[in-house]
Design a protein around this ligand. Structure first.
Ligand SMILES: [Ca+2]
Length: 239
């Protein structure tokens, strides 16, 4: 039987393209988050307890929620509607800025004759080249920092001071199973960029871009890794 090499070649190419196509197609598919915005390569990593991947859920969907998702979203709602403390603001003498009760994840004080406006946003991470939206995605970790067997919530909280300054804080919340309490918040600095963070062996490790002495506040250039440990009710920078 004489083989028709043209037909065989055609089918071989067709089979090859069929196999290869999903590979090529997947590489072209943009990844989208719950706000339908592309996740950029500098989006901070979602890393949970002891470096294992921690699940994240979109709490705005309407399907029947799994027990794990219900529990996760219940905790997120608590985090969005509670009081946060900012000890560094108290040192500046503005008592009102040092203790903020959020509603649905935000607080805004309008400017008055006596005082500047300011805004506090939960889950806000100032990303590189992207004044992004507040989102729990990537900006929340549940991990046991004090080894009592119960996970604390560790969240990023953004603080806008009424001008061009923007300070990202790491806040630790305990008692997530009852009435949560923000026991401490530390300030990562004005307009620093949080690149990634994780919890390893109960310590919070943050990779961020901070300022060289000559950098303008707008434009930090120095990559650093800072590590924090919960000692009693205080977050202490240990390296
Ligand atoms: Ca704990």
């Amino acid at each position: 039987m004489k083989l028709n090499w043209k037909i065989i070649t055609f089918f071989l190419i067709a089979i090859l393209l069929t196999i290869a196509n999903p590979v090529f197609s997947l590489s072209k598919i943009p990844i989208f988050n719950n706000h339908n915005s592309p996740i950029y390569s500098f989006t901070i990593a979602q890393v949970g307890r002891d470096d294992s991947t921690f699940p994240w859920y979109n709490c705005s969907t309407r399907e029947a929620w799994s027990p794990a998702k219900k529990e996760w979203c219940r905790k997120v709602k608590k985090l969005q509607n509670m009081t946060y403390i900012f000890p560094d603001r108290l040192e500046e003498g503005d008592i009102e800025r040092s203790s903020i009760t959020l509603t649905n994840g935000a607080y805004y004080r309008q400017r008055t004759a006596q005082a500047n406006a300011f805004r506090v946003e939960l889950f806000y991470n100032r990303k590189e080249q992207d004044r992004s939206y507040p989102s729990p995605e990537n900006n929340i970790i549940f991990a046991d920092l004090n080894r009592d067997g119960i996970d604390e919530a560790i969240v990023l909280v953004g603080f806008w001071g009424g001008g061009s300054g923007y300070w990202t804080h790491i806040s630790v919340v305990t008692q997530m199973n009852s009435t949560p309490i923000n026991i401490d918040s530390i300030n990562l600095g004005d307009r620093t960029v949080t690149k990634s963070w994780k919890v390893i062996d109960g310590k919070i490790q943050v990779n961020l871009i901070t300022h060289a002495p000559d950098d303008g506040l707008c434009c930090p250039t120095v990559p650093v890794t800072w590590t924090y440990q919960l000692q009693g009710n205080k977050l202490i920078k240990i390296s």
